[in-house]
Design a protein around this ligand. Structure first.
Ligand SMILES: [Zn+2]
Length: 382
């Protein structure tokens, strides 16, 4: 499975990476504004780079946006493809990004994010393939999936046309922190909306005739399980909306919340407790309640003895990086890929303080993340 290149170490391979070119690719990308659902310009840039490296590139439209899917034949015989994935959109604000490069890190210096999440990953993947192309290295067949609107609820991944893909394994680069951690588990994430309907009445003339949806909602919010439920389960109410004027007993309130858990049974139990509590309180208040639940994505857990995980850990080790297995409380495109039967490991690629104006990436991590991709596509044979 792992070629002699690996036994000899990847020192030579590391020297093939053109650090300046990698930095330029990254900064080219962050200069292109690409908030969720507006990824076209960034995608055109990526597509032209990939086409020059022997990739077939296809934009898979899904209405609200599109995914970039690319294939590259590695030239090695009968090797199954490996999927490399990142997302093209960035969280806002991104308009007018400015950054500094002090020789050790690239940082945002304005009020915007840097966009290293997830453009540093795209740059690392492009550079790794550029090296393979330029040096004519034997690498596995590659399927590249760059999604859109990941930040808006994994929209691109959820709408990905999986019939276009043959990969059974994926390397996703969309986890923060220095290079070395591998996300092996992420929770299921369900969201819900509760509509509480009471009865409107004039608050000064006949409050007795009203049923306050706000008072009912307040009691529900105070009583349902919230925050950290156990080590692998959380719940949160994130939005409440309701009421029209101070002189009206409020008729309607909408509550939006979520539950996450690595444990499917606990997830169902917590949801049941929340909804049973809400229904009981609503009926005590004489209000009605309507609850809608949405399964945003499902959990995954890769076993410690999994051969793909072992393979990837060895890639890290042979490049002098200790792999740390991590369980996360957040979701990523990897959740969607795993639920479609593609074993997807999400690795940290060096981006730090993402989703903030302090976002940065150490140049050393930018190179290391690229090296991991390069070493992986050289060694991957299935
Ligand atoms: Zn991301």
């Amino acid at each position: 499975m792992i070629k002699s290149l690996m036994e000899n170490g990847f020192a030579d391979i590391a020297s093939y990476i053109d650090k300046e070119r990698l930095i330029n690719t990254f900064t080219d990308l962050i200069k292109i504004n690409s908030p969720s659902f507006n990824e076209r310009e960034a995608a055109e840039y990526i597509a032209s780079r990939l086409r020059s490296l022997g990739c077939d590139v296809f934009f898979q439209d899904y209405g609200e946006s599109f995914n970039l899917i690319a294939h590259r034949n590695g030239g090695t015989e009968s090797a199954a493809p490996l999927m490399l994935s990142a997302h093209m959109d960035t969280i806002e604000p991104t308009q007018g990004i400015s950054f500094s490069n002090d020789g050790s890190a690239i940082k945002s210096i304005g009020n915007t994010v840097l966009g290293a999440d997830d453009k540093s990953a795209i740059a690392q993947i492009i550079e790794a393939i550029t090296v393979a192309h330029e040096k004519k290295l034997p690498v596995c067949d590659i399927e590249i999936v760059f999604t859109s609107a990941e930040e808006k609820g994994l929209c691109g991944a959820k709408n990905l046309d999986f019939s276009r893909l043959k990969s059974k394994h994926a390397l996703v680069l969309d986890s923060g922190g220095s290079v070395g951690s591998i996300v092996v588990g992420a929770p299921s994430h369900h969201t819900y909306e509760m509509l509480i309907t009471g009865k409107a009445a004039h608050a000064g003339i006949e409050p007795e005739r009203g049923v306050s949806a706000i008072r009912c909602a307040a009691k529900i919010i105070a009583e349902v399980p919230d925050g950290r439920i156990d080590e692998v389960t959380t719940a949160n109410i994130g939005i409440i909306k309701g009421g029209t004027a101070t002189n009206v007993v409020p008729k309607e309130v909408v509550i939006n919340g979520e539950v996450r858990s690595h444990n499917a049974e606990t997830l169902e139990q917590v949801k049941k407790r929340i909804f049973d509590t809400a229904k009981k309180i609503a009926s005590e208040h004489g209000a009605s309640i309507d609850i809608n639940v949405k399964e945003e994505y499902n959990s995954f857990r890769i076993r410690e003895d999994d051969s793909y995980l072992k393979f990837l850990s060895e890639i890290f080790a042979s490049n002098g990086i200790e792999a740390k297995l991590a369980i996360t409380g957040g979701g990523s495109d990897a959740n969607i890929f795993n639920s479609h039967g593609i074993k997807a490991l999400n690795i940290s690629n060096g981006m730090q303080k993402v989703h903030s104006a302090e976002e940065f990436i150490l140049l050393d991590d930018l190179y290391k993340g690229c090296l991991i991709v390069l070493a992986t596509i050289i060694s991957f044979q299935r």
